[in-house]
Design a protein around this ligand. Structure first.
Ligand SMILES: Cc1ncc(COP(=O)(O)O)c(C=O)c1O
Length: 389
């Protein structure tokens, strides 16, 4: 069994990879007109330029929309279960058989992490080994082979370096990095695919929610569930996301920011939001639903737990009945895409609970610690940041 914490050895290996990449350097191709899907570019053919930013982009108004960047990374794996010969390609459409496993049976996983530009121009990834390990755990669940932690981190670094002109200036946002693992081989009867593709692309992003950093208004869903016991809610399977779109769009049409899901057995315990984890604070006690197979074990969640303990909060991972929301001092969400988002209100069975909002919130204190580490302003005592060049 692979565990989220088994990452020290790969950390050492990825530091060696970072120095190798900085040795060979990266040269950017500044025109996208030369783009060709067939064009394969080896990382060793680039030379880095620190001062270059993409044109035609309003860095002050980045949302969470897709901005296509220059390159994506692709690595394949056949019947021998070994990923090899990964390469950077120009970003563009990919070719898939109509009978690919991912298109027919949803055999696919994705990840999400971010690259940051520090104040001193250094480039960092935040805990990418944790994403690699989570993808490996998910791949076991979905009967797929997966890249090693070293291959995964190497692919992310290459993708970020090749797209570095798309990393926003410090404080303006980050480069969202999206690794995908899909059953790309053709299949007709239900079975694992015969070939797999690992692909990494990136997009510059700012705030996830359209109201920027305004507190979220959550709707507690009591009809649909995000996940069930024995299902795959604890892995980042692509099949977990389309089913929440109905609740999400219904809630958004009613003016809510997102949906808070309850467990499917008792319909009483809070689980998580569509794409982020949830925490409640009461005095000095920070509680979050325990990861028991139906909740995604967020890397931001785990990082906030560590930061909170370091700041002397008592942290509890346990079942949280929905009624406890009535009594909470603060509620907030955590995730790579959202960062930490304070919750301003929660509506459950027609009743709206409101939470105080101010810039003195504990969750903002925890967030500023996390962001400080991610931007290289606060000392990274935990060794979370991986420098890219
Ligand atoms: C369902 C779900 N929960 C929680 C999270 C937060 O996880 P992380 O902090 O690793 O981004 C995500 C985002 O990846 C998610 O999709």
């Amino acid at each position: 069994m692979i565990r989220m914490s088994d990452s020290l050895a790969s950390l050492a290996r990825s530091s060696r990879l970072a120095s190798y990449i900085s040795m060979i350097g990266i040269r950017y191709l500044t025109t996208r007109a030369a783009s060709s899907l067939q064009e394969i570019i080896k990382a060793s053919s680039y030379i880095g330029r620190d001062d270059e930013f993409a044109n035609d982009i309003d860095w002050n108004n980045l949302g969470f929309g897709l901005t296509p960047t220059d390159y994506m990374y692709i690595m394949k794996c056949g019947r021998d279960d070994e990923f090899k010969q990964g390469q950077l390609n120009r970003y563009g459409n990919i070719e898939l058989s109509p009978s690919a496993g991912v298109l027919n049976y949803g055999q696919g996983l994705f990840e999400g992490t971010k690259a940051y530009r520090g104040e001193d121009k250094r480039l960092f990834l935040f805990r990418p080994q944790q994403n690699a390990i989570r993808m490996q755990i998910g791949a076991q669940r979905m009967c797929m082979p997966s890249p090693s932690t070293e291959q995964f981190v190497d692919a992310l670094k290459k993708t970020v370096l090749a797209n570095r002109r798309w990393i926003p200036p410090p404080g303006k946002g980050s480069l969202y990095v999206r690794p995908l693992l899909i059953g790309s081989g053709p299949i007709l009867g239900l079975a694992p695919a015969s070939e797999y593709t690992f692909l990494v692309f990136a997009s510059p992003v700012g705030n996830y929610f359209k109201d920027g950093t305004a507190p979220l208004n959550l709707y507690v869903e009591d009809e649909f569930h995000r996940s069930t016991r024995g299902g795959a809610g604890d892995v980042k399977s692509i099949t977990n996301y389309a089913p929440v779109l109905k609740s999400l769009s219904r809630a958004r049409n009613r003016g809510f920011s997102d949906v808070l899901y309850l467990d499917s057995v008792h319909k009483r315990y809070i689980e998580e939001v569509s794409s982020c984890n949830v925490f409640i604070l009461k005095r000095n006690v920070l509680s979050t639903p325990a990861t028991n197979g139906t909740i995604l074990e967020g890397i931001t969640r785990n990082s906030i737990i560590e930061i909170a303990r370091d700041l002397a909060f008592q942290v509890e991972e346990r079942p949280i009945p929905v009624e406890e929301l009535l009594d909470a001092d603060e509620v907030f969400c955590t995730g790579t895409a959202v960062g930490i988002a304070p919750v301003g209100s929660i509506t459950y069975k027609g009743n709206r609970i409101e939470y105080k909002t101010s810039n003195q919130l504990v969750c903002l204190r925890l967030y500023s610690r996390l962001v400080g580490i991610q931007r290289g302003i606060i000392e990274d005592k935990m060794g979370w940041m991986i420098e890219i060049d």
